[in-house]
Design a protein around this ligand. Structure first.
Ligand SMILES: [Zn+2]
Length: 128
């Protein structure tokens, strides 16, 4: 197994926060989901509305990676609900870092190794 092909991704928490405008979608303050590597882990009630999720998804892989302190992707952590009549806002927070390796995360034949989700490789992050 290669050991010099490591990279780190931030774990994320996406939480519903309110604003001065009432929310019309089925999301309430405190509702959240986590992102760890490629996985979404939904909070205690296990649901999250489709349309805000669809608007958030393109931002999440970029937010998982190191970005310049001057990049809006770093500074603008509050995202508006895509429904123009909804006051919902979503706060994206980096909660920790998780280590991966190229060989564990690619299916390219020349680089293929043991998958990162294999139980043998569990426990390779700063949060566990
Ligand atoms: Zn909404």
């Amino acid at each position: 197994m290669k050991t010099n092909d490591e990279f780190w991704l931030y774990d994320l928490k996406v939480e519903v926060i309110g604003s001065d405008t009432p929310m019309v979608c089925d999301h309430q303050p405190g509702q959240y989901f986590l992102m760890q590597g490629e996985n979404l882990i939904f909070g205690p009630n296990g649901k999250f509305p489709l349309y805000p999720l669809a608007a958030l998804l393109p931002l999440l892989p970029a937010r998982q990676r190191d970005t310049s302190e001057h990049d809006w992707m770093t500074t603008d952590t509050e995202i508006a609900c895509p429904d123009p009549h909804c006051g919902g806002r979503f706060l994206i927070t980096r909660t920790g870092k998780r280590k991966f390796t190229h060989s564990q995360t690619t299916g390219l034949p020349d680089y293929r190794g043991r998958a990162h989700w294999d139980p043998v490789l569990q426990g390779n992050n700063e949060n566990d």
